[in-house]
Ligand binder design. Sequence first.
Ligand SMILES: *[C@@H]1O[C@H](CO)[C@@H](O)[C@H](O)[C@H]1NC(C)=O
Ligand SMILES: *[C@@H]1O[C@H](CO)[C@@H](O)[C@H](O)[C@H]1NC(C)=O
Ligand SMILES: *[C@@H]1O[C@H](CO)[C@@H](O)[C@H](O)[C@H]1NC(C)=O
Ligand SMILES: *[C@@H]1O[C@H](CO)[C@@H](O)[C@H](O)[C@H]1NC(C)=O
Ligand SMILES: *[C@@H]1O[C@H](CO)[C@@H](O)[C@H](O)[C@H]1NC(C)=O
Ligand SMILES: *[C@@H]1O[C@H](CO)[C@@H](O)[C@H](O)[C@H]1NC(C)=O
Ligand SMILES: *[C@@H]1O[C@H](CO)[C@@H](O)[C@H](O)[C@H]1NC(C)=O
Ligand SMILES: *[C@@H]1O[C@H](CO)[C@@H](O)[C@H](O)[C@H]1NC(C)=O
Ligand SMILES: *[C@@H]1O[C@H](CO)[C@@H](O)[C@H](O)[C@H]1NC(C)=O
Ligand SMILES: [Zn+2]
Length: 441
Amino acid sequence: MAVGNHELQIDLNEIGKRNSASKPLHPNMLSLLILPLLIHHIQACFHHSVKRDEETMAADIAAANLRKREHTRLGNRKIAITNVHVFDGFEYHNETSTVVIDGSIIGTNSTGAIEIDGNGGTLLPGLFDNHNHPTNLADLNNLSAYGVTTTMCMSCWTNSDLCASLRNQIGLTDLYSSGYSAVVPNSSHALFINATTVDNNAVIRNTSMCPGWVRDRITTGSDFIKLVAEAYEPTMNQAEHNAIVKASHELGYSTATHASTLTAYEMAIDSGSDWIQHTPADGLLNDSYVAKMVANGQHSTPTMNIYQNVEGAQVSLHLTDEQLSQLNQTIPANVKKLYDAGVPILAGTDSSLNYGGPALIPFGATLHKELELLVQAGVSNLDVLKAATSRPAQVYNMLDRGVIAPGLRADLLLVRGNPLVNISKTREIEKVWITGIEYDT
Ligand SMILES: *[C@@H]1O[C@H](CO)[C@@H](O)[C@H](O)[C@H]1NC(C)=O
Ligand SMILES: *[C@@H]1O[C@H](CO)[C@@H](O)[C@H](O)[C@H]1NC(C)=O
Ligand SMILES: *[C@@H]1O[C@H](CO)[C@@H](O)[C@H](O)[C@H]1NC(C)=O
Ligand SMILES: *[C@@H]1O[C@H](CO)[C@@H](O)[C@H](O)[C@H]1NC(C)=O
Ligand SMILES: *[C@@H]1O[C@H](CO)[C@@H](O)[C@H](O)[C@H]1NC(C)=O
Ligand SMILES: *[C@@H]1O[C@H](CO)[C@@H](O)[C@H](O)[C@H]1NC(C)=O
Ligand SMILES: *[C@@H]1O[C@H](CO)[C@@H](O)[C@H](O)[C@H]1NC(C)=O
Ligand SMILES: *[C@@H]1O[C@H](CO)[C@@H](O)[C@H](O)[C@H]1NC(C)=O
Ligand SMILES: *[C@@H]1O[C@H](CO)[C@@H](O)[C@H](O)[C@H]1NC(C)=O
Ligand SMILES: [Zn+2]
């Protein structure tokens, strides 16, 4: 696993181009992961505040597009953050130093800079939330306030204009998105988003249509491709998963697959999908599948925090009393098993508040909760911090961020204390910069 070394080759000329392998270079990626586990809870939410009307959605899109027209300037000031310990995305530097923000990027020359005393705190690269579902400016503001400077929106199920309106918002969290997810008619996710109503062509009906479906996603602006392996029938079959992953890779796009049970997870592994979302809740992954995941170079985004408040898990996952009581052991045990085997872990939340989101999970704070849960599961503080910084940058080939180094985006998070010693210190936020623009709550 060539992750986490110091050999990250940064060639600014390459930023924004797609690489030759299966990964989009600037993979605006994302996939929507709604846990089938949560379906019972979700359906309950439909009758409450989760689903908002078309009029509100149109107003949110208009507001986001208006902000985009009004905020077009990147950071242009020079700032010197002095007296800070730096976690550069790979390692913590015990000696304090000065980091220069020069306009929208990290610079080297502090002459004439406005000085900000870091007070012996820690400066980190801005964080990634590797799985969530923001739908409006308030969500991006909440992410920004918590130091999340890049986010992977794992599906714009209901309206691709919505995700488009949230992309490239200067001074706010940078969003990448999958657009619609691949679902079959009448599956739990299709019903959840009313997929056939949204767009009759958005659902998968057979294997032969899969390559065309992938091309449609790319044409409508998807940064990566999202698939759903349901917890129970109906669900896409193995051949459909394989066909979508193959077509995506042939076009240079990466894939993310939702999977919250063992059979779904195994289907995702067998398909060769790049980034597998969630964690099997109904049992421990077996050794041969874990080994296969390592051999395939697949990544895991466990989204542990959504398993904390699951209602209806027993009904929707058909769990026995014993399995239900095991949930809080099964999730961390699977994460530990993947981590120990060398599967790269990415930090994600499944945050969602509106328009067909999976549950009411707030933005921003939950990423810090996820970091804590990953540590509790046995992932080292260092690997947890990498899971939200340099690792996703490498996995997504976003070589302009995720690391503190001259020439890279000035996406930075200044906290009090040392999160390498106590992961909760990432919550003690002093300041956040996004392309050199200080986020002002
Ligand atoms: C880090 O620096 C402090 C003083 O600032 C020192 O007490 C401590 O031993 C150093 N730790 C390491 C691992 O070098
Ligand atoms: C640093 O910036 C100052 C002011 O712009 C400039 O005069 C100086 O030559 C720069 N130093 C280096 C080493 O580039
Ligand atoms: C989230 O954003 C809204 C609107 O921008 C704000 O009112 C609210 O306080 C924020 N919540 C958190 C937890 O930051
Ligand atoms: C979906 O379910 C409805 C109601 O049960 C049924 O009428 C319809 O034929 C189903 N559609 C497909 C494609 O299975
Ligand atoms: C799904 O679409 C149907 C037909 O347009 C509509 O009546 C129904 O309210 C929609 N359901 C949801 C949950 O949006
Ligand atoms: C696959 O589904 C598409 C879309 O419904 C349809 O046009 C096509 O004829 C189907 N192909 C096969 C081989 O069933
Ligand atoms: C893992 O599960 C697969 C599918 O259920 C099975 O074929 C395989 O033998 C299992 N491997 C181990 C080591 O249990
Ligand atoms: C799992 O743990 C969380 C937090 O400790 C708790 O709120 C939840 O009820 C537990 N869930 C189960 C199914 O035991
Ligand atoms: C870790 O940091 C948090 C946040 O500052 C704090 O509440 C907690 O007490 C610290 N834990 C330890 C063991 O110091
Ligand atoms: Zn999700």
